[in-house]
Design a binder for this molecule. Structure first.
Ligand code: SAH
Length: 384
């Protein structure tokens, strides 16, 4: 029965089919990834198993409000039903393999191993106003931005909904902290995994689940124009962040291959559509790279693009990666860039460089883990 369920409700991802032998038939052919089912899907699945719908509700709450990692922990569910659940479903693992905390204690990076052994990176940032978690949306990335460590090995696969949720739930379980903000700014291009991203957002903000406010979610994209338009139609209240990094197409192409596909003009038009549909102010990210995109002239050009828009600019001193020659801009240039934008009435902040002592830039912890794993083997480098 559950096989028809799997077909009807939950599509087995492509990568799982390919690797089915490696994982063991038992795990993926016959069981369903329960944490990727939304509330309605789980209710339907329980119904098909001949169970009462309130059991589905209880189980959904165990998974998404109490973030349990096994059926045994569901103490108001009978042993018999726990067994039945285990036969039909599995709870996807997000297992911590490493954790690094910055000296000031504000930032912790986590490396998580997934069911198939792939490793991803997530970050917990503690601010005065609450805790923010930065999650990955893919294993690797195929966007190829020059200054980014996440893209060096290319894309391995998309993350499932449960793997995106699992990063947040695991961080809460490990740290004992409640999470009030989620930013999809880790490894991967979220709009390259659009369907799972939208389902993830809906489930994270579902009142039967973790019930986070949509306004406390930010999704960062390198600017996949069709998807920005599509997102505008979803009528979500999340914040859209655009990785701009240059004020003209020629300069952008030098840093980001995606600029060969979409012009800045097309991106800004899509942002206007998003703003009109949602009323949400757009964020623009601009990583300052020494002698590349940090001149006063570029700040003036950027101001020309954004003037009059309800938006916010986040200046990020580029975090140099060893595979590239880029350097971060001098502080005087960063301040000057900020002041120039402000003179044109643009909202701008310089992103605090939290946790640089622990390689905070996207994908760097994972990259150094993979490098070391290659050299030394798995067990030598656990920090815990
Ligand atoms: N693919 C998405 C989200 C991932 S990266 C995107 O492009 O927006 C999150 C942000 O960090 C992006 O703005 C990205 O360009 C930036 N970034 C990546 N590597 C960086 C580095 N080494 N230094 C500074 N910013 C970096």
């Amino acid at each position: 029965m559950i096989n028809s369920l799997a077909k009807g409700i939950y599509k087995v991802p492509e990568y799982m089919n390919k690797n089915i032998l490696a994982f063991g038939k038992e795990l993926f052919m016959e069981r369903i990834d329960i944490k990727s089912l939304n509330y309605e899907e789980l209710m339907k699945a329980m119904e098909q198993l001949g169970e009462k719908s309130f059991r589905g509700k209880q189980i959904y709450q165990w998974l998404h409000q109490k973030s349990v990692e096994s059926f045994e922990e569901m103490t108001n569910i009978s042993k018999a039903l726990q067994e039945k659940m285990k036969e039909n479903f599995y709870i996807a693992k997000t297992e911590m393999v490493d954790k690094l905390t910055s000296k000031d204690g504000s930032t912790t990076k986590f490396l998580f191993a997934l069911e198939d052994g792939k490793v991803i990176e997530s970050v917990l940032m503690k601010y005065k106003h609450g805790n923010s978690v930065c999650i990955s949306s893919q294993v690797g990335c195929r966007m190829g931005c020059n200054f980014c460590a996440s893209t060096l090995g290319g894309l391995e696969r998309n993350l499932t909904v449960s793997e995106m949720l699992g990063q947040i739930y695991a961080i809460m379980n490990i740290s004992g902290e409640r999470v009030s903000n989620v930013v999809v700014m880790g490894t991967g291009e979220p709009f390259d995994n659009y369907e799972n991203l939208v389902k993830f957002i809906k489930m994270l903000t579902d009142e039967q689940g973790y019930n986070l406010s949509q306004r406390n979610i930010t999704v960062s994209t390198c600017g996949i124009v069709e998807k920005i338009h599509q997102l505008a139609q979803e009528k979500l209240q999340i914040t859209l962040a655009i990785s701009l990094h240059a004020p003209n197409d020629a300069a952008r192409k030098k840093l980001m291959p995606i600029a060969n596909k979409y012009t800045i003009k097309e991106i800004l038009e899509a942002c206007d559509t998003y703003y009109k549909a949602t009323g949400r102010r757009i964020s623009f990210e601009y990583s300052l790279v020494k002698n590349e995109n940090d001149s006063r002239e570029y700040a003036i050009q950027l101001a020309g693009l954004l003037r009059g828009k309800n938006c916010h600019v986040n200046l990020i001193p580029v975090n140099p990666i060893k595979e590239r020659n880029y350097k971060d801009s001098d502080l005087a240039y960063i301040q000057e860039f900020k002041l120039t934008l402000e003179k044109f009435g643009i909202n701008v902040t310089i992103r605090r460089e939290m946790g640089r002592d622990i390689d905070a830039a996207c994908g760097q912890l994972r990259k150094s883990y993979m490098d070391k794993k290659g050299e030394k083997g798995h067990e030598d480098i656990f920090h815990n």
